[in-house]
Ligand binder design. Structure first.
Ligand code: ZN
Length: 407
């Protein structure tokens, strides 16, 4: 067994729900396939960042893929722009962007410019602007989104957002978040670019047309999540495994691209409850049957239901995931099934509660007494309690690729 599939179900973990007779949505769901896998493998619990820490989805995925966030994580912007296919160079500052609508006083009227569907014709006029030795690079994302990179010497990502995150409020100036010259310089340059971008966007003929037809103009670039890019060792160089990423959501494609995986496009993979999970699993199996040694498959929507406090929606989505798992029962690969963090329906946000993890590979992985995939069941497993950074070393061990330490 020399290939592996890592399946991460976002926000899967939960707490007991009274309306589900004290079970979690995962425990209450009908999961015969996941349970069968749990019975064939070894189980445990995992805290992606460590006990008591509340992980974001970006940091938790980096940790699970073996990248220490202390060293590699500087902000979400770098990961998001990677997912848009923008190449980062060491020293770049990257931000997540939205095209929004402001009035003449720069008050935000709509953070998504009426959920504009294509920012390409707008941001093309911003790409390549220069100021004080810094170049602005902008590329359209999905819907109202865009990726933003500042490239030049002496930059810092210690920057506040100009996006006020609410409507009816004036756009913020970008402020440096520390006393360094670099942060002050970068804030000044970015503020200049944002003013210039507003002028250019407001004059875009397409916006005149939008106003005439009663649509909010896409006249302001709202930025957040600045990150600073340091060279990172790519997944293949680190583990010797040629890897691909299969995901619907932009952040997770970004995680794949950021760590040097090939990001595969799977029709029907939406990152939403309607996503085609079976298509993702088939794409993963095809990849592993071909040139790839490692497939990272991400499934988003359990997290979304958790954040909505919708325990029934979460349970039903887990039913749907489990049905798709029948495709993996006979896979001749190491299967690692887990989540990035818990998103308890009662909290409607991420929590630091550990998540279940199983590792399954007939003949290559020991078994334990666990016969169900759930928070309580996996707590009795032989893997015990892992941190995210321990997942990849264990995968490498089970694949027989771990280096001998000593003689
Ligand atoms: Zn997540």
């Amino acid at each position: 067994m020399n290939k592996a599939m890592l399946i991460v179900m976002d926000g899967l973990g939960d707490r007991p729900v009274k309306e589900l007779e004290g079970l979690t949505p995962l425990e209450a769901a009908h999961t015969p396939h996941l349970d069968a896998l749990a019975a064939r493998g070894v189980a445990g619990l995992m805290n992606s960042l460590g006990v008591g820490l509340r992980p974001g989805s970006d940091t938790s995925h980096l940790a699970i893929l073996g990248y220490d966030i202390e060293r590699y994580y500087t902000g979400r912007g770098t990961i998001e722009v990677s997912g848009l296919g923008m190449d980062l160079e060491p020293g770049d500052v990257a931000l997540r962007g939205n095209l929004g609508t402001v009035d003449e006083n720069l008050t935000v009227m709509d953070r998504r410019a009426g959920r504009i569907t294509d920012t390409g014709p707008f941001v093309k006029d911003l790409d390549g602007l220069t100021y004080e030795g810094v170049t602005l690079k902008v590329r359209p994302g999905t819907g109202h989104r865009a990726g933003v990179i500042l490239r030049g010497p002496g930059l810092s990502s210690r920057l506040s957002d100009n996006d006020p995150h609410e409507v009816g409020v004036k756009v913020h100036e970008v402020h440096p978040l520390d006393d360094s010259q670099e942060a002050a310089f970068t804030a000044r340059v970015l503020n200049h670019f944002l003013e210039e971008a507003h002028r250019i966007l407001a004059n875009n003929i397409l916006n005149q047309e939008r106003i005439k037809s009663g649509k909010p103009p896409a006249n302001y670039l709202l930025c957040r999540g600045a990150g600073y890019y340091k060279q990172i060792e790519k997944f293949q160089a680190r583990y010797g495994l040629k890897a691909c990423a299969i995901a619907g959501g932009g952040l997770y494609k970004g995680i794949g691209a950021f760590t040097g995986m090939e990001v595969l496009t799977v029709p029907g993979a939406t990152g939403l409850p309607n996503t085609d999970i079976e298509a993702k699993f088939r794409a993963g199996l095809d990849a592993l049957a071909g040139a790839y040694d490692f497939a990272f498959v991400h499934i988003k929507a359990a997290d979304t239901f958790g954040e909505d406090g919708d325990h029934l929606g979460k349970m039903n989505f887990i039913n749907k995931i489990d049905l798709a798992f029948r495709l993996l029962l006979d896979a001749p690969h190491l299967l690692v099934v887990t989540a990035d963090h818990s998103t308890p329906c009662a909290l409607k946000k991420h929590s630091g509660d550990p998540v279940p993890i199983i590792m399954v590979g007939d003949g290559a992985v020991r078994t334990d007494a666990v016969t169900a995939f759930g928070e309580r069941a996996c707590a009795r497993g032989a893997l015990g309690r892992l941190t995210g950074l321990q997942v990849m070393p264990e995968i490498i061990n089970l694949l027989g690729l771990a280096r001998l330490i000593g003689d």
